[in-house]
Design a protein around this ligand. Structure first.
Ligand SMILES: Nc1ncnc2c1ncn2[C@@H]1O[C@H](COP(=O)(O)OP(=O)(O)O)[C@@H](O)[C@H]1O
Ligand SMILES: C[C@@](O)(CCOP(=O)(O)O)CC(=O)O
Ligand SMILES: [Mg+2]
Length: 399
């Protein structure tokens, strides 16, 4: 049995990160960068030592767990009791046992952040397939720990591959093309399993990242409810990666701690973010027939992004690297906000149509100047090489 190229996209959050964990609305869109997962169940002949193997192409690491050792940890009392049909959480005891199991692997200290992804992998694999020998290969276009939802894309592509190998999800059942190839019920099952994986990586995820990665397109998300947003006018964003590493779990926990120290003030912040997300989602859905000029629509979007960024600062999740990108883009009258958990990671800059409609040569000059400044600034504090995430031509996302 072989499943090839199950893939799930990363995302940007246009408004509402962190507040969404506390019940506010948020708006997110899938982007054209993917994590891919392939899986081959091994027969006894192929796997003499009978093991579960994982190859992570991007960090360039491979892991292997003997099935007998997995059985001791995951099914100590009886035979395999994987039940792919019903997603369930990983108990704290099991999580602690997985952490001990991972100590047996020699994960390089510089890549220790992979542990949470490996824990999610082991939990999803054994929950869905039991301790059957198999080889899983993962590759990704996404930077990890940068706010573009690599953890969710990892869990969604993994759950999709595992559930397909288990024979629970059928590719082609939904007819149509692309996402429609998998039936809606099956996508929902993939999403629910991926959420259990995200819980291992994020601690307390809202579910927005796995939902937009599973269902694609642009969504509004509030308290576990997803509304699909239809936008006929493209919005273009530049994504800049500050290359300052951070960890979503710690940032989400930090906001919760601030919220328990200042419950009333933080409730007001979350309430304000909710209003911003609601207004932003109605603006992106405006059609060409609505009587609002593109420029005034973009001005409103920019203002909402600016307000959201201020509130993210209030939550304590901005960072000097993010502030540097904000100041740099502001010199060109462009508005930016962090996206994802913040604390470093990626920043979104709204690129208004007025720039895109400039004669080609002058718009190129603006872009070149912007890019140079960003590279220059980002280079200074990150001490890294040229650091704008992608070339201009590939950083525009059309919604
Ligand atoms: N391709 C992958 N292989 C292994 N682990 C991954 C992969 N992608 C993401 N992860 C896990 O997700 C973590 C990053 O998730 P997170 O801190 O939520 O940031 P983000 O989701 O914004 O990239 C990584 O530290 C790793 O544990
Ligand atoms: C901060 C948060 O709103 C988004 C986190 O996104 P990312 O892992 O930084 O890509 C957390 C969540 O909603 O689960
Ligand atoms: Mg994440």
């Amino acid at each position: 049995m072989e499943v090839v190229g199950a893939r799930a996209p990363g995302k940007i959050i246009l408004a509402g990160e962190h507040a969404v964990v506390h019940g506010s609305a948020a708006v997110a869109a899938a982007i054209d960068l993917y994590t891919r997962c392939s899986l081959r169940l091994l027969t006894e002949d192929e796997s003499a030592s009978s093991a579960v193997e994982l190859e992570l192409r991007d960090p360039g690491l491979a892991f292997s767990w003997p099935c007998a050792r997995l059985r001791e940890v995951f099914f100590p009392t009886d035979s395999d009791s994987a039940a792919a049909g019903e997603p369930r959480p990983c108990s704290p005891d099991l999580l602690a046992a997985i952490a001990r199991l991972l100590e047996e692997q020699e994960i390089p200290e510089a890549k220790i952040w992979l542990s949470s992804g490996l824990s999610a992998f082991l939990f999803l694999y054994t929950s869905i397939l039991g301790c059957r020998a198999g080889k899983v290969t993962v590759s990704s276009d996404l930077p990890m720990g940068a706010g573009l939802g690599s953890s969710a894309a990892f869990c969604v592509s993994m759950s999709g591959a595992l559930l397909t190998a288990a024979g629970v999800v059928a590719v082609g059942g939904g007819g149509g093309k692309g996402w429609e190839l998998v039936r809606k019920d099956d996508l929902e099952l993939v999403n629910r399993w991926a959420f259990q994986g995200e819980k291992i990586i994020h601690g307390k995820p809202s579910g927005i990242d796995n939902s937009v990665s599973t269902f694609g397109s642009m969504i509004k998300f509030k308290k576990g409810e997803l509304t699909s947003l239809k936008s006929s006018n493209p919005v273009k964003m530049l994504i800049t990666d500050t290359r300052v590493g951070r960890n979503t779990k710690a940032l989400v926990a930090g906001v919760s701690e601030r919220s328990s120290r200042h419950p009333d003030a933080m409730a007001s912040v979350f309430h304000a973010v909710n209003s911003i997300s609601e207004e932003l989602s109605s603006i992106v859905e405006l059609t060409a027939n609505d009587e609002i000029a593109i420029t005034s629509r973009e001005e409103k979007l920019a203002e909402l992004m600016e307000m959201n960024q201020g509130l993210l600062q209030c939550m304590g999740v901005s960072h000097s690297s993010i502030e540097t990108v904000l100041r740099t883009t502001l010199k060109f009258n462009l508005v930016s906000k962090l996206t994802g958990a913040g604390g470093g990671g990626c920043v979104l800059t709204l690129i208004p149509t007025r720039i895109l409609f400039m004669p080609k040569s002058s718009s190129r000059i603006v872009f070149a100047a912007l890019k140079l400044r960003l590279v220059d600034r980002v280079f200074k504090f990150a001490k890294e090489t040229a650091d704008v995430l992608m070339e201009m031509c590939t950083t525009f996302f059309f919604f």
